[in-house]
Design a protein around this ligand. Structure first.
Ligand SMILES: [Zn+2]
Length: 283
């Protein structure tokens, strides 16, 4: 999910071409700015390329910066992203729903349309109700990295990859996504015979992906990424997609190539059957 849904992160990507990487002094200045902005009761620390601020106990904020933020930064960079975001982005970890709503209103004048958190490229802020768990945090962290490394990445893959890591773990030293709450709705849509094709998904622009979604876009993109991951093809897909994006901006041709199916329509059916075999929680 992104608060400023389209255009803004693309603009950041374009504007950032000539920007120099933030310096030591820039980080120190951002920490001071955020401390002054938030006042008492907050811990504000560098967690490069981010700054992390939170109103849980100081030790807890530090642990989140290390165990979630730094863990995800290291793994996302290992697997995908060469460049850091061009600007320092501050991650606000509010301790509960009340703090989240109050501070989002005070700091940004926003009424969040999600209880979990969001990324606002224009405010260079990633804002979380951290009581809902670290999953959304890792999801939102993918977006500024994607903007810095693949600014023209279409929404379907940007959200598919981000969603994949909202339930994540480490396997053989790499970050992996696990099945999560998005599975059930996707399985229902598949059983009802209502899921669109990957061609249609890849053809969506931002408006089509975010605004015209009948409820399955995120899940379809996520479980396509999950399939690619489980078949050892996700990193390959990302890197080939980036390399071929001028010729194949939607990624569809690259997807067909990387999947290596004799018959892509057959693959889609097979993928749907595979999704129906997956399990999450007590389902
Ligand atoms: Zn998102």
């Amino acid at each position: 999910m992104m608060k400023v849904r389209y255009a803004a992160w693309m603009l950041i990507g374009l504007n950032a071409v000539a920007a120099a990487a933030p310096t030591e002094a820039d980080y120190a200045a951002e920490v001071r700015r955020v401390r002054a902005q938030l006042g008492e009761g907050f811990t504000v620390i560098e967690s490069r390329p981010f700054v992390v601020a939170g109103d849980e106990a100081a030790a807890r904020v530090r642990a989140r910066a290390e165990r979630t933020v730094q863990w995800a930064v290291r793994h996302l960079k290992d697997s995908y992203f060469e460049k850091d975001p061009e600007h320092i982005i501050t991650i606000y970890l509010f301790c509960n729903a009340a703090s989240y709503r109050k501070h989002v209103k005070e700091l940004f004048g926003d009424e969040p349309d999600t209880p979990y958190g969001y990324y606002s490229p224009s405010r260079r802020a990633l804002v979380m109700n951290i009581a809902t768990g670290g999953g959304t945090l890792v999801h939102e962290m993918v977006h500024p990295f994607m903007a810095a490394n693949f600014p023209k990445c279409p929404a379907w893959f940007n959200e598919g990859l981000a969603s994949l890591y909202e339930q994540s773990a480490e396997r053989d030293g790499r970050i992996v996504g696990l099945t999560n709450w998005r599975l059930h709705g996707l399985q229902k849509t598949i059983r009802a015979g209502e899921l669109g094709s990957f061609r249609d998904l890849a053809a969506t622009d931002d408006h089509g992906f975010y605004k015209m979604d009948r409820g399955s876009n995120y899940a379809q993109a996520r479980y396509l990424c999950y399939w690619l991951q489980e078949h050892g093809k996700l990193h390959t897909f990302y890197h080939q997609f980036v390399a071929a994006a001028a010729d194949d901006p939607s990624g569809y041709k690259t997807l067909v190539k990387v999947v290596e199916a004799d018959n892509f329509a057959g693959f889609e059916k097979q993928w749907q059957r595979w999704v129906l075999t997956l399990r999450f929680g007590g389902m």
